[in-house]
Design a protein around this ligand. Structure first.
Ligand code: NG1
Length: 538
């Protein structure tokens, strides 16, 4: 799984068979538009997909493992580095960037100084995502080639099909494909997947969201036909996971709510606030459960202290003081943490900054500096109890889900009971997201109950929530019924275009991750299959 980002020689290396017809048209349009806009062909295309998360919601930034899979929708960046340098400022390189949806995402031209990429995270501007990938990639290139490294100018045309604010991680797809494009444009013949993912995780935080690492990992590493188990400690590790054969066969349906949730705009009361609450919960539990003076390890989570860090410290100290020779299983540790949280964090209406600072034995100013100064958050009280309960119980559900996948169903003629167990875990996640983590919304709740009534085993929000998409585990024979029920009971009440209606509910097959396609090698329409190299197929 680790290793270099693949160089695709045909679209058949990237997409599933059913998607190739539409994708070939789209790629040819992208390359033709590139030629029209810049008066020369693109040299290569960098591609990274969106993802749907199957289970493990809002726990990646607390460094617990998650199980997403890549989808077909993706971000494509067609690139050329043959940029005339006549009007570029001295000591600068030029970035010309345009989007196939030019009315929504206007083209820009930047002269960027060699030494730094300036990103104004207070301004919500689409090109910030490119710049954050650029900044991360350049840091890596400088580490490799020294501080005098001079970046190449680039002209870029982007085509993104992951809906923005739809919970399918358009931002991670854009940042990962941007970083990949910059690496390739600057002469890297191979781009290491782990390096790309790690830099995309850190880069995305520059846009104003304290994100975890699930989306970038899924976008870069996924393999066609498999979901991806991603763990973050002691270091980022991924492994493909396949679903056992079931009867009835299982299908994942993604249903959009058409409630746009913009993490950047609502960060202070939603996403970024949850990150702060989780880190504060870790620090609080450390203060009340570990011996005085215990410091949590500084880790890769956005605020450097995480519930996972607390978890490990707590049990390491317990084992040490009891002289235990055998560690408890992670499942029983998580169960214990759920019980301890319920007991020690007993204030259901939340904790003020003053109350938390007193327990941490620091001033409110120190608390603000450490936890709330990176990105603004707006809260009088922090719901530490609810957030920690969600995280520990969701981490436990991921383990239970994985252990179900690892045991094959016993009765292979009829796996309904097994399917229902998987579905139940998804339903429990939705309940926890709605009631405990408070990241659902009434439209997603409604879609979940419509889908369950029509035959879904398990339905829940996917991604950050507060709108966006829902995911449903549906027996293959009920896909039509679920789709029709959503149309009848939900979408018919919205004012949707034909295009939106068509994209509202899609069957999601696990897709492949990031790839590079070298156009230079293959003039003419994009290649769809090795046999068809260079010839127009669609
Ligand atoms: P979305 O907003 O759906 O891409 C976000 C985070 C993830 C993860 C999920 C919740 C980013 C880029 N992604 O996903 O890391 O925390 O929410 O599980 O911020």
């Amino acid at each position: 799984m680790a290793g270099p980002v693949p160089v695709a020689s045909s679209l058949s290396d990237i997409y599933t068979v059913d998607a190739i017809g539409t994708q070939a048209k789209r790629w040819n349009n992208l390359l033709a538009r590139f030629q029209t806009i810049y008066g020369q062909p693109a040299e290569f295309v960098a591609r990274s997909p969106g993802r749907v998360n199957i289970i493990g919601e809002h726990i990646d930034y607390s460094l617990y493992p998650v199980l997403p899979m890549a989808i077909t929708a993706d971000s494509l960046l067609a690139v050329s580095t043959k940029v005339a340098s006549t009007n570029t400022k001295e000591g600068h390189y030029k970035i010309k960037i345009a989007n196939v949806q030019d009315a929504k995402f206007p083209a820009h031209e930047f002269d960027i100084p060699y030494e730094a990429v300036d990103i104004d995270a207070t301004v919500h501007e689409w090109t910030n995502y490119f710049k954050s990938g650029l900044r991360g990639a350049l840091e890596l290139l400088r580490k490799k080639h020294g501080n005098d490294f001079e970046p190449k100018s680039m002209q870029i045309l982007m085509d993104g099909t992951v809906p923005a604010g739809g919970g399918l991680s358009s931002s991670a797809a854009f940042v990962s494909s941007s970083a990949l494009a910059v690496m390739v444009a600057n002469g890297e013949k191979t781009v290491d997947k782990t390096e790309l993912t790690e830099l995309a995780i850190v880069s995305e935080r520059a846009v104003g969201v304290n994100s975890g690492g699930m989306d970038q990992s899924a976008s870069v590493f996924s393999e066609r036909g498999s979901a991806l188990f991603v763990s973050f400690t002691p270091s980022l590790k991924v492994r493909p996971v396949s679903f056992p054969k079931t009867n009835p066969e299982l299908t994942f349906l993604i249903a959009q709510s058409f409630v746009t949730a913009d993490k950047f705009v609502t960060g202070p009361v939603h996403y970024n606030l949850r990150v702060v609450e989780c880190s504060l919960a870790a620090a609080y539990l450390n203060a009340v459960l570990n011996p005085p003076g215990t410091q949590l390890p500084s880790d890769a989570s956005p605020l450097s202290v995480s519930l996972h860090g607390f978890h490990e410290t707590y049990f390491a100290l317990q084992e040490h003081s009891s002289g235990a020779t055998k560690s408890k299983s992670t499942e029983s540790q998580l169960e214990e943490l759920v019980a301890l949280t319920a007991e020690k964090l007993d204030k259901r209406d939340g904790y003020t900054r003053e109350e938390i600072a007193a327990v941490l034995n620091i001033s409110v100013d120190e608390l603000n500096k450490k936890f709330t100064s990176r990105f603004p958050v707006r809260a009088e009280k922090f719901k530490l109890r609810q957030r920690a309960l969600h995280v520990f119980s969701e981490a436990l559900r991921v383990l239970k889900f994985m252990s179900l996948l690892e045991q094959q169903p016993t009765n292979t003629d009829d796996t309904s009971e097994y399917n229902a167990q998987l579905g139940d875990l998804l339903n429990q996640t939705q309940d926890s997201c709605r009631d405990v983590y408070e990241c659902s919304c009434k439209e997603i709740d409604e879609l979940c109950s419509i889908a369950r009534k029509a035959g879904s085993y398990g339905s829940r929000l996917t991604g950050a929530g507060w709108g966006g998409c829902s995911v449903h585990l549906v027996p293959a024979g009920k896909v039509k019924a679920v789709r029709e029920a959503c149309e009848r009971e939900y979408y018919s009440k919205l004012d949707l275009s034909e295009e939106q209606k068509e994209a509202a509910v899609v069957v999601s097959k696990p897709g492949s991750g990031s790839a590079v396609y070298l156009v230079d090698d293959k003039p003419g329409p994009v290649v769809v299959d090795d046999r068809d190299r260079g010839s127009e197929v669609y």
